[in-house]
Design a protein around this ligand. Structure first.
Ligand SMILES: C[S@@+](CC[C@H](N)C(=O)[O-])C[C@H]1O[C@@H](n2cnc3c(N)ncnc32)[C@H](O)[C@@H]1O
Ligand SMILES: O=S(=O)(c1ccc2c(c1)CN[C@@H](CF)C2)N1CCSCC1
Length: 266
């Protein structure tokens, strides 16, 4: 592991501003729900369809690098008893805690996301019921460091039934070897036969989150597939989305997004 690079990343993340990050990525015009052609409906569809197979279920799902977002957990909450959110930064863990406990007067409005997921899941579930269900299942919000051999430390002994991670490993690693090592570290959190859903950036090298510019490890589709294959996973599904020029607004240089559903060999 590149200890100096990892330490520099950690130092940079101290200036990560959750609200600025949400503003850059999760509000209009970038967050457009009017057509499945737009990236946010595309991401939510990938997750809803994966969970709708019924193959990804169990007691505990861990979200690696939750950040200040919950959209990635909306379709999972029907299939797991317990959802564990994790993040490196206390400011993000507090953001999620405040959303769960309705303690965020100036909090982020996730209702468009929840309403969209209820619509595409087609179960006629009122969005406020889904919101309450997720809040009830989000039972732990833990500190994590993907660069540690045991990312959750002693806080979590049992391997999880499933992992999910969105835009974390490539955005938290200083270089490809550190990314690969972090991938091995998080794989230890998953039980054999468990499923891993990952959404991430393709060929991105930086992103902004307020005053700070964070570096990202540029990854290709081949890189991602190789990472899963060489770490003992069977790939069930892979989709990618090419970022249209209209969505390139300077807050990052992301070229595309990938979705992968893989299963750890038993
Ligand atoms: C680009 S954000 C992704 C947030 C969210 N999952 C999403 O989909 O938008 C990257 C996240 O990785 C977290 N992170 C940074 N360094 C980390 C580390 N060493 N271990 C785990 N998470 C880390 C950051 O705090 C941040 O929340
Ligand atoms: O869902 S996204 O594809 C998305 C969402 C989050 C991120 C990126 C992209 C790219 N930079 C990542 C930094 F790690 C964070 N999206 C980008 C276009 S507008 C809506 C949000």
């Amino acid at each position: 592991m590149n200890a100096i690079g990892v330490a520099a990343m950690a130092e940079n993340y101290q200036r990560f501003d959750p609200l600025a990050y949400l503003q850059n990525n999760y509000v209009a015009p970038r967050a457009n729900f009017t057509s499945e052609e737009f990236v946010v409906p595309w991401k939510l569809r990938c997750l809803a369809d994966a969970f709708a197979t019924g193959k990804i279920t169990g007691h505990t799902l861990i979200d690696i690098g939750t950040g200040p977002t919950i959209y990635q957990l909306l379709s999972a909450c029907d299939y797991f008893e317990e959802i564990v959110a994790t993040d490196f930064l206390e400011v993000n863990r507090t953001f999620i805690h405040n959303w769960v406990h309705n303690e965020d007067k100036d909090g982020f409005d996730w209702s468009p996301y929840i309403q969209h997921v209820c619509k595409i899941e087609g179960k006629g579930e009122p969005w406020k019921e889904k919101e309450q269900k997720l809040k009830k299942k989000l039972k732990k919000i833990l500190p994590i460091d993907i660069h540690q051999p045991d990312p959750l430390g002693s806080l979590f002994s049992q391997p999880a039934d499933a992992l999910i991670s969105t835009f974390c490993l490539e955005a938290a690693s200083p270089d490809r070897p550190s990314f690969d090592k972090a991938f091995q570290n998080v794989t230890r959190l998953l039980k054999p036969g468990g499923h891993f859903l990952m959404i991430g950036a393709l060929e991105e090298s930086f992103y902004l989150a307020g005053e700070v510019k964070l570096t990202v490890v540029p990854l290709s589709e081949v890189d991602i597939k190789e990472s899963f294959a060489k770490n003992g996973y069977r790939i069930h599904d892979f989709h990618s989305y090419k970022m249209p020029p209209t969505l390139k607004i300077g807050v990052d240089d992301v070229q595309g997004i990938f979705f992968i559903h893989a299963q750890k060999f038993a």
